[in-house]
Design a protein. Sequence first.
Length: 303
Amino acid sequence: MASPINPARVDFVTLRLFCAVAQSGSITKGAEACHLALSAASRRLSDFEAATGSKLLERSSQGIALTPAGHVAMQHAMRLFQGFEQFSNELGDYSSGVRGHVRLWANMSALTEFLPATLAAFLGRHPDIRVEVEEQLSGDIVRALVDGLADVGVFAENTPAYGLDVAPFQTDELVVLCARQHPLARTRRTDFKTCLAHEFVGLNRSSSLLELTSRAAEQAGIPMRLRVQVRSFDAMCHMIAANLGIGVVPLAACKAQVSALGLKVVRLRDAWAVRRLLMATKTGETLSPAAQLLVGQLMASST
């Protein structure tokens, strides 16, 4: 078994230098970015590799490249910087009079449909608590909770959530949107299998909604033909309005765009079209008083 790294041999200056060298592909540029002499930078990098017991940088005439071990070190270094930044921000909140800080990560559906009103009510009752909200994909939210980067998460069901305490939060209805001139526009209700005869506009890869519809297409035995992929429901609606394809979206999240763009709503008969959103925290984690208050507010607003 490998010996653990001695923390006393690794400091933030060296970690920052390592990241700068990796990102620039040059020890000289990395040293300049960190305001270090080239000789001092080289010594720090050599000491860092010795402390880890691994070769982290591949040196060649073309510059510097990360080894497989170097990629792992880079990921952890960036995570440490992010953690230190959060540490600094949260302590800064206390020094400026804010008595609580909660990191809430949620997927697009939750942020669009349910969280604005809930957060407004919460912050109205607790003006001395700061809630840092970040929109992320459901799978990334789970990883952030496990890694301690988020305190509370809201994501779609059917997302693997090992190591988390999960509770129901809300439900949303998924519908098909299409342009007025699309053949489906004359239909009020259909099943997803029928929709697979048409081209789709979808969200980017790894979104829980794309995974859900792709899995439904596999079960139907018909490939889902994605013509366009975008990063937001708003962009989806504009692409659908241009008749580039149909799209499956949460109805409540897109009501404004449906009205503004003149889109047609076709409801789905499939059972999975009524989808649950889940709220989660890390199993065994002791939440701060501020995070406990937010969890209570979210549970009180759940349906």
